[in-house]
Design a protein around this ligand. Structure first.
Ligand code: TXA
Ligand code: MG
Length: 323
């Protein structure tokens, strides 16, 4: 495995069927060419991910969506126009391009146009090398299955470094700007349904489409239901008042809360985010820090459910439900 900073080298690795951990604005992904079954198989093996958990296909531009998805409803176009490139994934009926090895055998495909400039360059270069403007990079978050997603290249190296091969690469693009995974919207019904909350909120979806967000979906999104995103430390959600009366001198307990919430004496402050966007940005590195410090427990005061706050609460609840 090589740690690199040139997106051309990442595109070359992918071209040759190798894996490239790639920076995106949400979290780092473990990428492979979406048209190479043997490369995709290595992604599943490195992550320890069950084979029926489908991957997100990252494409260069909304103009290539038709190569991957069919029967795209008008509201999905509205969402793509409003939020691509960006932290939004659309689930749509698949075309033949989206093989069973990417979709987990489902008849839908998840597609996203990422915004990180290095990731976009990798996609452009790979399209140039292959002569295929619609080429896709399938990339799940670059963590072991069920664990916390990586938001820096160093996180990826710690988590997957030993599982990658000599020709695989990790492209360093700095810390992820959003910090939690993309919003996934099921676009197979007559209205959008959010399968996984992210930076694009339900209010954003309604603003872009003029439609109320639906609450039932027939689409299966494995990995969004079970407990997930868990560090080794036990995560407990508490209100600010309860935190202040937490046991003092408990040197093995970490605290994660907005900056306005003070740290009780004896507890280890992991981070002091200044608002919901900042909370999303620091969330995963704070949970990793808890493990690095050997803490046994993290008391987390959830942010308000506005904007990406809903996604932070969602991830904290999953982390708290075990792992
Ligand atoms: O922000 C993100 O989305 C990151 C970056 C790397 O793009 N990727 C990411 O991938 O979070 P992953 O594999 O960790 O999570 C993808 C989720 C899984 O829960 C999977 O079940 C769901 O997307 N998914 C993928 N294809 C689907 C499909 N056809 N129908 C329903 N859910 C799907
Ligand atoms: Mg993941």
């Amino acid at each position: 495995m090589r740690l690199i900073s040139d997106p051309d080298d990442a595109a070359r690795a992918l071209l040759g069927g190798h894996l490239a951990a790639l920076p995106t604005e949400t979290v780092y992904g473990l990428g492979a060419r979406a048209d190479l079954p043997h490369a995709i198989a290595r992604v599943y093996a490195a992550k320890g991910r069950p084979a029926d958990h489908p991957l997100i296909v990252h494409i260069r531009d909304v103009s290539e969506l038709g190569a991957w998805a069919s029967d795209v409803p008008g509201y999905a176009h509205d969402l793509a126009r409003a939020h691509w490139p960006g932290p939004l994934t659309l689930v749509l009926s698949r075309t033949d391009r989206a093989g069973d090895f990417v979709t987990g055998g489902q008849d839908t495909v998840a597609v996203r146009v990422p915004a990180h400039p290095l990731m976009r360059t990798v996609l452009d270069r790979l399209a140039g090398f292959t002569g295929d403007p619609a080429i896709g990079i399938a990339a799940p978050s670059a963590n072991r299955f069920g664990r916390v997603s990586p938001t820096t290249a160093a996180h990826v190296e710690v988590e997957l470094g030993l599982l990658l091969g000599a020709d695989d690469v990790i492209l360093d693009g700095g810390p992820s700007a959003v910090g939690v995974e993309s919003t996934i919207v099921d676009c197979t019904g007559d209205r959008p349904v959010i399968l996984r909350p992210g930076h694009v909120s339900a209010a954003d979806v309604t603003a872009a489409t003029g439609l109320a967000v639906g609450s039932t979906s027939t689409v299966r999104a494995p990995g969004t239901l079970a407990s997930h995103y868990a560090p080794a430390a036990r995560v407990v959600l508490v209100e600010a008042e309860a935190l202040l009366s937490a046991e003092p001198d408990d040197a093995s307990t970490g605290v994660l809360a907005l900056a306005e919430v003070p740290t009780p004496i004896g507890l280890v402050r992991l981070s002091e985010p200044t608002g919901v966007d900042d909370y999303a940005r620091v969330l995963y590195s704070a949970l990793r820090e808890a493990d690095a410090l050997g803490l046994t427990r993290v008391l987390a005061v959830p942010p308000p459910p506005v904007g990406v706050g809903a996604a932070v609460i969602d991830r904290l609840e999953r982390a708290a439900s075990g792992g």
